[in-house]
Ligand binder design. Structure first.
Ligand SMILES: Nc1ncnc2c1ncn2[C@@H]1O[C@H](COP(=O)(O)OP(=O)(O)OP(=O)(O)O)[C@@H](O)[C@H]1O
Ligand SMILES: [Mg+2]
Length: 574
């Protein structure tokens, strides 16, 4: 057998074993027993844990005694946070929650026995937690709709503002159409609105609400695969991903949210068309800068955040009710806790939001500046920036020019090192950990030790989002910003070097993973590899596409490792 093939098989076996071990663990320990063990280790009484987790003592007592066996996802997360559990411990705790009778999870497990293997994604903390949301009620505060049916909707770290009219419109469109596409320029709030609409209507889909972000998918052919992977279904040999998907969804009442389709319009149109015809109870909510343009599509353009009409100047209390000003104030408070809309600044904030055309991403970027500038100063600088763009005229800018100007401005205000790190971060697909950013970002003029501070600066300025993935913090660029940063990387003629660094980091990751998967940390390694699937795919594509450029023969030596870390359905795995 070829060595690469052998590698592939050994890693595959280890992964399968890892899944089995997790299931065995889940079968042998009860949630209550583990909870008590972790609580006692933390030296907490039930009352102290209840206070720390924001839950009732009685609820914790019932869980420990096994009276309540299926806590909600949010409850488990609150407990895990309060107990300061490590990632692997969170996994173990979540995995003890029973999978109930006819639940989605059981169906998944039955599927697994028929070779539709329980996917690696399901072993991650988040997915394992999802298994917990399927059961009986517990006495903790009534669940938000997110906890009632299976879903993989990402939890948002920042508050959602307003949009009541838009949400009502999307609900109406979804009730009347099986395919709804939210369109609009970058940063206008498509993703956020789709996620909120999905969250609000989650109860209408007993078989689940699934979210798949296609931003990091470069290959049209991988679209059905990406959807399968997001839903935690592994593809079978001899059956296409599209067929597997259609069959899985055929009799299910499900909402599928497909985000960022603009670069894969043909494949997304094919996917939507096939699924809508094959799965009568499925609904699709798509976001894309352009419509899919297929029959049955209800396309809806996402409007800007609400602002008063240009001839109106309402009083401060009334202004504070408009979505655009509310978003500005909320985001400004993130960087200056005492920020408030007052009679002194409300009109200036209105002015800024108007100049920004009510575009949420632009408003967030501007609001992040109140740490160092007054609102009046921000307004003045915007004016200069826009005048540059319009050659001195004060004509209103088109939406994408407005955002471009804002992103330019935000970029110009970065330190040189921040700019360098930002553009290097654009090579990551699907975000990265701090360690990954250090490996790829640290090269002249940035040292490894600088990366954390620089990253913090980029998060403060709203150019990078920090998200708690359950397996530690991950850093992600909004698609608009990632594309902007990728262009800067090309302009700086650093793209090939950065991608080589990215490839080298992926190779290290997979080599470490190969060892880790045979050790006691197997489960955390599965979760880590799972979180970096898009990065691995992207590195593999670079490695295949530029064999001559990869240093020291890493491409030839490394591909097997990349291959083996990729799941079977990508067409790259074993
Ligand atoms: N209603 C809202 N409340 C709070 N934040 C919002 C809202 N709408 C948008 N945002 C924020 O504005 C930013 C841009 O929004 P979003 O990512 O949804 O835009 P998008 O249209 O999907 O952009 P892209 O085309 O780049 O994917 C995000 O930080 C998002 O959280
Ligand atoms: Mg988006």
């Amino acid at each position: 057998m070829l060595p690469a093939r052998k590698h592939l098989e050994s890693l595959w076996q280890a992964r399968v074993k890892g899944m089995r071990t997790m299931d065995e663990l889940a079968e042998t320990a009860s949630f209550g027993t583990l909870l008590r063990k972790y609580r006692q280790r933390a030296g907490l009484t039930q009352t102290a844990l209840a206070e720390r987790a924001g839950l009732s003592r009685r609820g914790i007592a019932d869980l420990e005694r096994g009276v309540r066996k299926a806590p909600y996802l949010r409850t488990i997360r609150q407990l895990a946070d309060a107990l300061r559990l490590l990632d692997a411990e969170r996994d173990t705790l979540a995995a003890t929650v029973p999978r109930l009778g006819t639940s989605f999870a059981s169906r998944q497990l039955e599927g697994a026995q028929q070779k539709q293997r329980l996917p690696m994604a399901l072993t991650s903390w988040k997915r394992a937690s999802q298994l917990s949301v399927l059961g009986a009620h517990d006495e903790f505060p009534p669940p938000r709709s997110l906890d009632a049916v299976p879903d993989n909707l990402p939890l948002q770290v920042s508050s959602f503002v307003g949009r009541q009219r838009e949400l009502a419109e999307i609900a109406r469109l979804l009730a009347a159409n099986r395919l709804v596409t939210l369109t609009g320029a970058g940063g206008c709030g498509k993703t956020r609105l789709a996620l909120q609409a999905a969250t609000d209507t989650v109860d209408a889909y007993p078989d689940g609400v699934w979210f798949v972000d296609l931003a990091a998918v470069a290959d049209q052919q991988l679209v059905p695969t990406a959807v399968l992977a997001a839903m935690g279904i592994r593809e079978e040999h001899g059956r296409s991903a599209m067929d597997a998907l259609a069959e899985f969804l055929r009799h299910r009442q499900t909402l599928l949210v497909v985000d960022n389709c603009e670069h894969l319009l043909d494949a997304c149109a094919r996917l939507a068309d096939t699924l809508v015809h094959a799965c009568p109870q499925l609904r699709l909510l798509v976001t894309s800068r352009e419509t899919l343009s297929i029959g049955g599509e209800a396309a809806w353009r996402v409007p800007s955040l609400a602002l008063p009409a240009s001839n109106q100047t309402p009083a401060t209390e009334e202004l504070a009710e408009y979505d655009a000003l509310r978003l500005f104030a909320e985001r400004a408070r993130l960087v200056r806790a005492d920020f408030a809309l007052t009679d002194d600044n409300a009109l200036q904030v209105l002015d800024v939001c108007r100049r920004l055309g009510g575009i949420p991403l632009a408003i967030e970027l501007a609001a992040a500046r109140v740490r160092a500038l007054s609102v009046g100063q921000i307004a003045e600088r915007l004016d200069d920036q826009f005048r540059l763009l319009t050659g001195g005229s004060r004509t209103a800018l088109r939406r994408h020019q407005t955002l471009q100007a804002l992103v330019d401005w935000s970029h110009d205000l970065l330190t040189n090192a921040e700019r360098v790190l930002l553009r290097r971060l654009s090579v990551f697909a699907g975000g990265c950990t701090l360690e990954a950013a250090e490996s790829v970002g640290a090269a002249q003029p940035i040292s490894r030790a600088d990366v954390l501070d620089l990253m913090t600066g980029l998060v403060d300025k709203s150019l990078v989002v920090a998200e708690d993935s359950g397996a530690g913090t991950r850093y992600r660029l909004f698609e608009t910003i990632r594309q902007y940063a990728a262009q800067k990387l090309l302009d700086a003629e650093e793209a090939a070097d950065a991608r080589d660094q990215h490839l080298a980091w992926c190779l290290e990751l997979t080599k470490d993973a190969e060892r880790g998967l045979h050790g006691p940390q197997r489960r955390s390694w599965l979760v880590r590899l799972d979180g970096d699937q898009d990065n691995l795919r992207s590195a593999l594509a670079w490695s295949i596409g530029s064999p001559g450029r990869c240093r020291g023969g890493t491409a030839a030596g490394g591909q097997p490792h990349l291959l083996l870390a990729l799941p079977r359905e990508s067409g790259r795995g074993p």
